[in-house]
Design a protein around this ligand. Structure first.
Ligand code: SAH
Length: 219
């Protein structure tokens, strides 16, 4: 069962988490503010209530994990989501990352290939009250061409290579943040779709994500 009360204790733990993230190098105040506001323990089983604000990944079912808060903050900072940015997120998982982006004022289109995780978010009442998030059950490699172009795309699973079909769904001048690599470790990349055509690639730190898998999973 997911918890739905946000106590002063939780809020205090979140403040400490924000201090930890700041100490680790996250400097974008709008990202830190969103992390301070979104109750991460709502996105986890109540068994994790006491430890939800440690900088750790936790299981969310179906063999998947909610990313470390540092990873969420790092990707969100690189994405630089601004108010009213139209953002595609691949890998809804617990929907924590999507909620952080929505808190920053982005219009989030998030896609999950596992039906069980998708359904669990749709049944999560607290999330239904959060404006700015649209959920889709589908394969993130295909993206959401009907809703394209997006200002920004965030991939929260390890892509074997930069997914071409998603580049096409970026507006010219827009960018994608994606961990790329087939082994246990991936390089965080920022891929900009240039206005004059072509792409520019920047490489950042190494991370370890669950793999991005193709096709839909029905249970
Ligand atoms: N952003 C999530 C954590 C991501 S874990 C959060 O905030 O909790 C990676 C997620 O990507 C998992 O839920 C996994 O099922 C999903 N995923 C993997 N491959 C995918 C694909 N091709 N399309 C959509 N989602 C995918």
């Amino acid at each position: 069962m997911r918890p739905t009360t946000d106590t002063y204790r939780h809020q205090g733990l979140r403040k400490k988490l924000v201090d930890t993230l700041r100490a680790k190098g996250i400097s974008d105040e709008s990202v830190l503010q969103a992390i301070a506001e979104v109750p991460r323990h709502f996105f986890l089983d109540s068994a994790f209530d006491e430890i939800a604000y440690e900088d750790r990944a936790f299981p969310i079912g179906q063999g998947q994990t909610i990313s470390h808060p540092y990873t969420v903050a790092y990707q969100t900072q690189l994405l630089g989501a601004s108010r009213f940015d139209k953002v595609l997120e691949v890998g809804t998982g617990s929907a924590y990352q999507a909620t952080v982006l929505a808190k920053m004022g982005a219009l989030v289109y998030t896609i999950e290939r596992q039906k069980a995780l998708f359904d669990s978010n749709r049944g999560f009442l607290w999330l239904q009250e959060q404006p700015g998030i649209k959920y889709f059950y589908g394969d993130g490699f295909a993206g959401l061409p009907t809703y394209a172009p997006f200002d920004k795309i965030l991939i929260t699973a390890a892509a074997p290579s930069v997914p071409d079909r998603l580049i096409e769904q970026l507006r010219p001048g827009g960018w994608m943040v994606v961990p790329v690599g087939e082994g246990d470790v991936q390089q965080m990349k920022k891929i900009t779709r240039l206005v004059q055509g072509g792409i520019a690639e920047e490489i950042f730190d190494s991370f370890s994500f669950v793999p991005m898998l193709s096709g839909k999973k029905a249970d």
